[in-house]
Write a protein that binds this ligand. Structure first.
Ligand code: 5GP
Length: 116
């Protein structure tokens, strides 16, 4: 079943799109967790990182390159940023169309919360 991100690709629901090409789309997260929080997705519907195949290598490589370009245009490349792909339940994935988070604009702290 298609996710909400397929509807964004099809322009069936609105999104603040910052980049698009034939392989990927990037748009601002609806609930930003940092001053810059952008989601980058392959246009092909891939549910999770577990579902990628050789056919996806171009789009997956493009995600990182586009993220770096967007980071530069958002003015956060030099200070730095974080790229995250969550997978399934333990990864905290909520939308089952593979996506990369680009987060930055403030110091993001340790990558994972320490266990108490
Ligand atoms: P996940 O937890 O699956 O890695 O992240 C899903 C992300 O998608 C969340 O950060 C959430 O705020 C974002 N999101 C969910 N629905 C929408 C939507 O309809 N539009 C946009 N722009 N972001 C969404």
């Amino acid at each position: 079943m298609s996710s909400i991100f397929a509807k964004i690709i099809a322009r069936e629901i609105p999104a603040d799109i910052v980049y698009e090409d034939e392989l990927v789309l990037a748009f601002r997260d609806i609930a930003p967790q940092a001053p810059v929080h952008i989601l980058l997705i392959p246009k092909r519907e891939i549910a999770t990182a577990n579902d990628t195949g050789p056919v996806d290598e171009a789009a997956l490589g493009r995600l990182v390159r586009v993220a770096a370009k967007i980071a530069a245009s958002e003015g956060i490349a030099e200070d730095g940023y974080r790229l995250i792909i969550n997978c399934n339940e333990h990864g905290g994935q909520e939308v089952f169309h593979l996506h990369m988070h680009l987060l930055g604009g403030r110091h993001l702290g340790p990558m994972l919360a320490r266990r108490q």
